[in-house]
Design a protein around this ligand. Structure first.
Ligand code: CP
Length: 308
């Protein structure tokens, strides 16, 4: 992969070697960050953060990442202050921002919007989440968290719980982990099962897959819990029926392997009770923290800045 000016739209665009390369460089970046050796890598460069949908972690961690690299940020996180409310198209917004910024991060509710933006942008576009489709940088930090814990992905049993239909983090993560030698268990309400295409892709790659509507965390190394995506339900009644389908509490932990970890891309609503936070299994806050070195590494890679 040629990294300089590379658009980061979907994890499907990465080979296993390319994912491993980013994870390796993220580790190096984390060391450099601890040693305070990053503050001039992106001197004078500008990141545009265009958030057409709410975000805490993705938006702020990109901003922090850019600032830790010595760069600057512009952008918006409130649709009411962007000209989209006047009817401007994504294409026109991006054409303009492309001349203002060296890197563009965009989150938008419409699937395929990041791909569209990349077609009109001379600067690299990083997809910060497009509808229920993809969230590639979340996946990279998820994999980084798993790698830090277990040294790698091969041989692990992963269990993904929650909204497998609308959850873009699940769709991205699954596209990545099918490149590794893992076993997968999906747990969801029947209305929110994983897309059939996703299951087919895993089966085609000979990844052992189980699907269940019952919460059983036995025999898992990684339990990846997701929020039920209220904002994507066409029918609010349907959301009400499934919103509390699974709640991981201290009792659920009894079934876990001693070395298992619980992850969540956050934000959480009620799917993991607060009592789990202080247990040895919880990794979701560390996972969010890992977004900083991973996004710093990516910003350097797409900007053609060699830091190793
Ligand atoms: N995980 C994640 O994408 O969080 P935000 O929606 O807060 O960015």
């Amino acid at each position: 992969m040629k990294w300089t000016k590379k658009h980061i739209i979907s994890i499907n665009d990465f080979s296993r070697d390319e994912i491993d390369f980013v994870l390796e460089k993220s580790e190096l970046m984390e060391k450099k960050l601890k040693d305070s050796k990053t503050s001039s890598l992106m001197n004078g460069r500008i990141l545009a953060n265009l958030f057409f949908e709410p975000s805490t972690r993705t938006r702020m961690s990109f901003e922090v990442a850019m600032k830790r690299l010595g760069g600057m940020t512009v952008g918006f996180d409130d649709l009411s202050v962007s000209s989209e409310v006047k009817g401007e198209t994504i294409a026109d917004t991006i054409r303009v921002v492309s001349d203002y910024a060296d890197v563009v991060v965009m989150r938008h509710p419409v699937e395929g919007s990041a791909m569209l933006a990349s077609e009109y942008c001379n600067s690299p576009v990083i997809n910060g989440g497009d509808g229920a489709n993809q969230h590639p940088t979340q996946t990279l930090l998820d994999l980084y968290t798993i790698k830090k814990e277990f040294g790698g992905l091969d041989g692990l049993d992963l269990c993904i719980v929650g909204d497998l239909k609308y959850g873009r983090t699940v769709h991205s993560l699954t596209s990545a982990i099918e490149k590794y030698d893992v076993k997968l268990k999906f747990i969801s309400p029947k209305e929110l099962k994983a897309p059939r295409q996703m299951i087919k892709s895993l089966v085609d790659r000979r990844i052992p897959v189980k699907e269940s509507t019952k919460l059983n965390l036995r025999d898992s190394d990684v339990v990846y819990v997701t929020r039920i995506q209220k904002e994507r339900f066409p029918d609010p009644q349907e959301y009400m029926r499934v919103k509390d389908a699974f709640i991981i509490d201290q009792r659920s932990l009894e079934a876990l392997r001693d070395t298992a970890i619980i992850m969540h891309p956050l934000p959480r609503v009620s799917e993991i009770s607060a009592g789990v936070d202080e247990t040895k299994y919880a990794r979701y806050f560390e996972q969010a923290k890992n977004g900083i070195p991973v996004r710093m590494a990516l910003l350097c890679l797409v900007s053609g800045i060699k830091f190793w």
